[in-house]
Design a protein around this ligand. Sequence first.
Ligand code: NAD
Length: 340
Amino acid sequence: MTRIGIIGVGYWGPNLVRNFDSISDCEVSAICDLDPKNIKNIKGRYPHVNEYSDVDQMIENEQLDGVVIATPTATHFGLAKKALNAGLHAFVEKPLTVESSQSQELIDLAEEKGLVLFVGHIFLHSAPVLKLRELIASGELGEISYISCKRLNLGPVRTDVSSLYDLATHDISIVLHLLGQQPESVCCSGLDHLKDGIHDVVNLTMKFPNNKMGIVHCSWLDPRKERVLTVVGDKKMAIYDDLSQEKIKVYDKGVSMHSKSGEFADFQLSYHHGDMYSPWLQQKEPLRSECAEFVRCIVEGDTPRTDGVNGLAVVEVLEAANESLRLDGTPISIDSRIVA
Ligand SMILES: NC(=O)c1ccc[n+]([C@@H]2O[C@H](COP(=O)([O-])OP(=O)(O)OC[C@H]3O[C@@H](n4cnc5c(N)ncnc54)[C@H](O)[C@@H]3O)[C@@H](O)[C@H]2O)c1
């Protein structure tokens, strides 16, 4: 039996409690939150779970195998370090940390102690993103030129981190996974309308090696909910609409330039319009797959796809994007690495 303690049962934590509690051979032994109101809200549904307001006490009193950290981003590093130092496997909600040096410290600590460090990049455990990666790897879409993402809605507004750290983290993790590498440089601009220094809207452009691009537009000030990602390849194109019944549609469409003679004046554009299909996807809650993967990695001693190194790759992009945001869109270089 894998025993889990969940730290932070505000908005997201209860979803983690529900999913971990439904996994066989796994038990949510304890929950911990500084706010007694949040404990009370959830305790009625899970009477067997012990409750704490202090993480140290929970770690000391419970025989835990791992903890799940679903607290505000700024607290991730301190809590994860505490858990790893106590010999516990750690699932840390996204983004792993605020600073990349903190992520690196957690990676080193987990390695030294032989523990699983798992990051909550939920979309890398979702069927649509795995299908997109498969479509790209099989060559069906051809050479990818760009991926663009829109993550828009009215709320939920956060006051601790910007929409870059809260929303764009998801899209950065997806784009890095689909292209299999980090960008060489990023440009980010945005608007802090509600609270100074906390950007409600961000536009992020990531330039990748071999003339590829990732574009991310996020906002919690938009009237309409949109969760759309477009992958443009030179053979086919794909659209992933997370709010649609048919989440992925593959379009046999494209445009190319030809010249019979090689002369510039002879260049012609040719547009191609073919069929569209929607691949079958396994209907599974991504959070359930994510939680089950954490437990499997603990039991089998395996390294997760969303390990600390994967979390660090995303935090490095966030850090560069945040610097660009501060400098009003100035490009910031990254020492681009391959990403699993
Ligand atoms: N994967 C996803 O799709 C997804 C969705 C939402 C949030 N999240 C992530 O989950 C985390 C939490 O987000 P949220 O929206 O639930 O925030 P929240 O503010 O609603 O809840 C955080 C909770 O943590 C508690 N807390 C803070 N410090 C603590 C400490 N030291 N010890 C114990 N409890 C503490 C707070 O009292 C609060 O109840 C964030 O990292 C966020 O990015 C992920």
